[in-house]
Ligand binder design. Structure first.
Ligand SMILES: [Zn+2]
Length: 379
């Protein structure tokens, strides 16, 4: 059993801001006790620091990390559309070492900026999933692999946690139904990009009679929808209660808009944040939260989305949407913890902790990260 002390903490599913927190966890990596009363032994003391749940990045493509900022003036089509988009040409020409190095760098950047779990859309079928597992063998970060190979879903699910489809539009109803059945049978997650661009949405309506969001729900029955940058109000109501991974910085970078996050929160969508493709965006969730908060204020005014709701998008909401036993600090949950320096010049004085975490804290303020109760990073 190990116990840490922090002067401040975000505790429980409500992320309540509390002072003088002692957290004990077992050698198997689960939180055993959360208290304000000091136990007999304290192993680590973090004065002037805040402990919060490890961040969860709900949507990445870290296989593309080795070509950061290449193609920065390309449209989303030119960049990622299979089979001749820039990323596919670069991946075809890349060595296994290039891809693995990129995966490792992105995972390290995530860990050092407080992310303890990420959900990755991985291409290359079984081979692609195995490359990722090998690349991350000695990096203590947790991840879900959402793989892609519609011809052999059963084989894919032996090495992946679910499927991550580029779109519904490229598949027939029959193909989507077959993937759905195979995933449900194996209790595997189904995730899919939907309505990232107006064009993608219109193509679905043209070719299938309904939008890609509607097909993702009614034909595929996806657990996690990614983007919904251009979903209608009626569709957002249909998604209520489900997980949606929004990627505001990636959408902005590609010039396709900003997702209607404040409307999603209003209708009860479990909004999660993802940093999307490392080729176009850094996998740093502190930057993502800051950008989202400001973009929403610019669009809808200062009271449209509160900072605590944004913090939930990288903790509680993705834990529930991805079915993870982390995301908040409570007895029985995984001891995935991030310690933030609240004495740093860019942070203090802390008048409004939620605001400060969303808009002032940077990855450099992460002083220590625990994954399953083991110190995975220390500054
Ligand atoms: Zn994506």
């Amino acid at each position: 059993m190990m116990t840490i002390y922090c002067e401040y903490g975000l505790i429980g599913r409500s992320l309540a801001f509390e002072e003088n927190v002692y957290i004990s966890f077992s050698s198997s990596g689960f939180i055993k006790r959360v208290s304000h009363i000091p136990p007999r032994r304290v192993d680590e003391e973090y004065a002037s620091c805040l402990v919060m749940p490890g961040l969860i990045n709900a949507h990445t493509h870290i296989g593309d990390s080795f070509f950061k900022e290449v193609g920065f003036n390309f449209t989303v089509e030119e960049l990622v559309a299979p089979p001749y988009g820039l990323k596919h040409r670069l991946l075809d020409a890349a060595s296994e070492k290039d891809i693995k190095d990129g995966i490792r760098w992105a995972a390290m950047e995530m860990l050092y900026s407080g992310t303890t779990t990420f959900a990755d859309f991985r291409e290359g079928g079984v081979w692609g999933a195995l490359i990722m597992r090998r690349a991350l063998e000695d990096i203590p970060i947790k991840y879900l692999i959402l793989g892609r190979d519609h011809t052999n879903t059963a084989d894919l699910l032996r090495v992946c946690d679910g499927v991550g489809l580029p779109s519904t539009t490229i598949y027939s109803d029959e193909e989507l139904r077959r993937m759905r059945e195979e995933c449900k049978m194996m209790d595997a997650m189904i995730a899919v990009h939907a309505s990232e661009t107006k064009d993608e949405r219109e193509r679905s309506i043209r070719e299938h009679g309904v939008s890609d969001v509607v097909r993702a729900l009614s034909v595929l029955d996806a657990d996690l929808l990614v983007h919904l940058t251009h979903a209608s109000d009626e569709e957002l109501a249909l998604v209520s209660g489900r997980g949606v991974a929004c990627c505001p910085r990636a959408n902005a970078y590609l010039g396709v808009g900003i997702p209607p996050v404040e409307k999603m929160v209003e209708v009860g969508v479990k909004v999660c944040l993802g940093t999307d493709n490392v080729m176009i965006n850094s996998p740093d969730l502190f930057r993502e939260m800051d950008f989202l908060g400001k973009a929403v204020r610019a669009r809808s005014g200062v009271g449209a989305l509160d900072a605590k709701s944004i913090l939930k998008m990288v903790t509680v909401n993705p834990a529930e949407a991805l079915n993870l036993n982390s995301g908040w600090i409570e007895r029985g949950r995984s001891a995935d913890l991030v310690i933030i320096d609240f004495e740093a010049p860019n942070v203090k004085p802390v008048h409004h902790p939620y605001q400060v975490l969303v808009h002032r804290v940077k990855s450099e303020n992460v002083t220590c990260v625990y994954v399953n109760g083991v110190k995975a990073y220390e500054k």
